[in-house]
Write a protein that binds this ligand. Structure first.
Ligand code: DAH
Length: 364
């Protein structure tokens, strides 16, 4: 609906010229006290009527603007005070203030009620039934292999070893020659496997990392090296063509097999627990002299279990990386992480580490 032109709508209201329903402020007829009283009573009635019909925020807002706005009806009436006698003025002022206050309170009350109702209905709509079962998402956790690897790492890190890494695709030089395993050596055949090209292969052990570290580090060297290894083994309960080792190497002046034994005793005690016995038996590795096989026995058990190969680093290996073998000695070992986990947790099939069976994995 288009609003009618001002001139058409102009009319008289309580003696005032109304233009579009508003008192013409340029040309006000100034009311007497009596006229003001009538006007105020009228407004009060109208307020009650309109309050009773309020049904939404917009109509309440319109009412507020109309009555209480800066240019609203009530403030419009204040203009008339100026022309009254001082005695009449205070009475009229009081009446107007009372009206204004009441209108303010009424409107605020309705607004508050409306917002309380709105809040109540919103809360009702958004109600959450706390007694319903929640939406579950299961938490994952680290793979047992990772847990065991980290546990072993942390035991040796506490003893002052740092963690080194080397490539899984290794050259023949680091994998064999530098470890004192020449081409014609029979030990080479054991590990001679998974070639990538003429001279590089998937490493069958982590021992080549010893060479890489020593080549770039002056002694003392004290490292462990965890990593994946590959062998030409057919998968069965105790063999896997892909498995993990941790290598250890300590080279310094004055080290002997007794130091190796101490380090391994600390490890066995921390990893497997109290009361384990440890035994060295003679073995052979081209890169250690003497070489040993380390066995442990659980408290009360009768069987000895092999846990790793170890030995004093062969002087030829030390000389090969430019260390003076007259001054420095060292020891090393290599252990299979899967084997450690199987011994510790009584697992009898190495394949469970790779098959992702949750019934197994959830036990860790
Ligand atoms: N590299 C050997 C293997 O894979 C294990 C080994 C034996 C590592 C003796 C060593 C060691 O560092 O001194 O079977």
């Amino acid at each position: 609906m288009t609003p009618p032109a001002a001139s058409v709508e102009a009319s008289l209201y309580a003696g005032n010229l109304l233009v579009n329903g508003k008192i013409d402020s340029y040309n006000p007829h100034l009311m007497t006290l009596e006229e003001l009283r009538v006007e105020i009573e009228g407004l009060e009635r109208e307020l009650q009527e309109r309050m009773a019909r309020i049904d939404d925020d917009a109509s309440l807002d319109a009412l507020r603007v109309d009555f209480l706005g800066r240019k609203g009806r009530i403030s419009g009436l204040f203009k008339h005070l100026g022309s009254l006698d001082a005695s009449e003025r205070s009475e009229a002022g009081q009446l107007l203030n009372t009206l204004k206050e009441r209108a303010g309170q009424e409107i605020a009350r309705v607004a508050q009620k409306a917002s309380a109702e709105q809040l109540a209905s919103q809360l009702d709509a958004e109600r959450v039934d706390m007694s319903l079962p929640g939406v579950y998402s299961t938490f994952g956790h680290l793979h047992p292999m990772t847990l065991v690897q980290r546990e072993i790492e942390s035991i040796f890190m506490r003893m002052g070893f740092s963690v080194a890494a080397g490539p899984e695709i290794e050259t023949e030089y680091y994998n064999f020659d530098a470890l004192n395993i020449p081409v014609e050596h029979p030990a080479r055949a054991d590990w001679d496997t998974f070639y990538i090209d003429e001279t590089s292969l998937l490493r069958p052990h982590t021992s080549p990392v010893q060479i890489r570290v020593m080549e770039t580090t002056e002694p003392p060297v004290r490292i462990i090296c965890p990593g994946r290894c590959y062998r030409r083994d057919t998968q069965d309960a105790t063999h896997s063509p892909v498995f993990h080792q941790i290598e250890l190497l300590w080279v310094e002046e004055g080290l002997s097999l007794a130091n190796l034994k101490y380090v391994l005793e600390v490890f066995t005690h921390e990893f497997f627990g109290e009361g384990y016995e440890m035994l060295f038996s003679g073995d052979y590795f081209p890169f250690t002299e003497p070489s040993v096989q380390v066995h442990i026995k659980a408290p009360g058990a009768t069987d000895w279990l092999e846990i790793m190969g170890a030995g004093m680093v062969d002087p030829a290996v030390l000389e090969g990386v430019g260390y003076d073998a007259e001054i420095y000695t060292g020891f090393a070992f290599g252990l299979g992480i899967e084997r450690m986990a199987m011994l510790k947790y009584g697992i009898d099939d190495i394949r469970v580490f790779l098959t992702n069976d949750l019934r197994f994995l959830r036990q860790f």
